[in-house]
Design a binder for this molecule. Structure first.
Ligand code: CUA
Length: 185
């Protein structure tokens, strides 16, 4: 560039800088519009399946009404647990499950976003109001497991947990209606 006039050199630098700035601006605009587009069209996404439920009335009727909560063994032997995560407790506060059988866990929230995990298992999900959070798992060892809320949900968050009572086969005896609650100890 020694024989180039300094002004030409400067114009060339300005041009490449503007070109890069333009490229970056296009990239940022594309990324932002993608975020805005998905926010407007897809709203918040639940962590598991897109299964909607009205948080305002879920306790009144349907599968999350009080008499349907807890552990249910269907006629075909499949085990389903239904629980509500609410400020600041799980209902029910103790869940009985069998060992070495497929268990489907279904949660719903009537208020804010909660989360839960079951210690030592693969169960770990958020519970987003408006959606059913569903997890499948198999409990391999009997014993009591802790199920804390792990999504900050308000002043009582640290007091929000449930117990999962994993019962060996000879103690997992549902009633005639297929329901089973935690054994009193
Ligand atoms: Cu519910 Cu934190």
């Amino acid at each position: 560039m020694s024989d180039t006039h300094p002004e030409v050199h400067e114009r060339w630098i300005l041009r490449t800088e503007l070109l890069w700035a333009f490229g970056v601006a296009v990239f940022i605009a594309a990324a932002l519009s993608m975020i805005v587009f998905t926010a407007l069209t897809m709203a918040i996404n639940p962590p598991s399946n897109v299964e909607r439920i009205d948080p305002k009335v879920l306790h009144l009727s349907g599968e999350f009404a009080e008499h349907n909560l807890g552990t249910m063994v269907a006629a075909d032997g499949s085990v389903t647990v239904r629980a509500i995560a609410t400020q600041f407790m799980f209902v029910p506060s103790c869940i009985a499950v069998p060992t070495n059988r497929n268990v489907t866990l279904r949660f719903a929230s009537p208020d804010v976003i909660h989360g839960l995990l079951i210690t030592g298992t693969n169960v770990n999900t958020m519970v987003v109001p408006g959606f059913v959070a569903q997890v499948h798992t198999t409990f391999t060892r009997s014993g009591d497991l802790l199920m804390p809320c792990h999504e900050y949900c308000g002043i009582g968050h640290s007091e929000m947990w449930a117990t999962v009572q994993v019962l060996p086969d000879d103690q997992f005896k549902p009633g005639a209606d297929g329901r089973i609650s935690c054994a009193q100890r």
